[in-house]
Ligand binder design. Structure first.
Ligand SMILES: C[S@@+](CC[C@H](N)C(=O)[O-])C[C@H]1O[C@@H](n2cnc3c(N)ncnc32)[C@H](O)[C@@H]1O
Length: 252
């Protein structure tokens, strides 16, 4: 399928906060994100493990646990990258299908399930094709959360579950300071040393793309999800949105 995106929304959750004004949006963001992940794909998992101090393992476990879906359920991994969450789904005897924009990430992917090259905002899947969906660190990287959530509601069957993992900035002042030092200085340093790429400078800046949790919850509800929960992990350095697909538009 085609992987072009043409959204003109100013930011992934509507208007961008001031801190994100210098960041690319719309088709420019799609291009930048795809180029960046193509460039870092080869060492993506290694760098991820190091810069998260190994914590990404636990976050992925929790993400898949939170689905609470029966064995054999078919689950879409949105922006699957190199397939880390696909493999986690498989370990829980769920059946993953991955979709990603970046050919580079897909070329390095290891997954027991099918992988599709394409834009998750305009996916080729039929309505209600999946029992559930997950995403790992994708919310900051898409151009429009509203479109993503409407698309997720379309492809998830009524009663199906979604679990969306991303990074976050901790609220507690002390943790926030340490987190800023780590993401602003250590992450770009480790990233460029191991990937030979300046792409990791994008990570600290990309936090500005994320709307507040209350807005994300509102967008999920508007898109057709109920029982939306927001869970903070590891002191608030990562977060999970968990929800159930409503049975009919506008009802629980
Ligand atoms: C930080 S990586 C996360 C990869 C993987 N989910 C993980 O947990 O490690 C973000 C991924 O989002 C993908 N991506 C960004 N926008 C996308 C879109 N609209 N459709 C599909 N993939 C997208 C990028 O190509 C990249 O592989």
């Amino acid at each position: 399928m085609s992987s072009s995106a043409t959204t003109t929304e100013p930011g992934p959750g509507g208007a961008l906060p001031a801190a994100a004004k210098q960041l690319p949006t719309g088709p420019e963001k799609v291009k930048a994100v795809r180029q960046m992940f193509d460039a870092i794909a080869g060492r993506y998992e290694l760098v991820n493990g190091i810069v998260s101090l190994g914590m990404d393992r636990g976050w992925r476990h929790r993400c898949v646990d939170a689905l609470e879906l029966p064995v054999g359920s078919v689950v879409l991994d949105v922006a699957c990258g190199t397939g880390d969450l696909c493999r986690e789904l498989d370990r829980r005897l769920l059946r993953p299908v991955g979709v990603d924009l970046s050919n580079g990430m897909l070329a390095h992917a290891r997954s027991p399930g099918p992988l599709v090259h394409g834009d998750a905002l305009f996916s080729p899947f039929r309505a209600a094709a999946f029992d559930g969906a997950v995403s790992g660190f994708a919310l900051r990287n898409v151009t429009d959360l509203d479109i993503l959530f409407v698309e997720l509601a379309r492809v998830t069957r009524p009663g199906g579950r979604i679990s969306l993992l991303d990074l976050a900035e901790p609220e507690a002042q002390f943790l926030r300071l340490g987190h800023r030092l780590w993401t602003n200085y250590a992450v770009p340093l480790v990233g460029s040393a191991l990937s030979g790429s300046a792409a990791y400078r994008y990570l600290p800046r990309s936090f500005a793309y994320l709307p507040p949790a209350s807005r994300v919850v509102e967008l999920l509800e508007q898109a057709g999800f109920a029982a939306v929960e927001h869970e903070l992990l590891s002191g608030g350095i990562s977060q999970l949105y968990i929800a159930t697909r409503k049975h009919e538009a506008g009802t629980q």
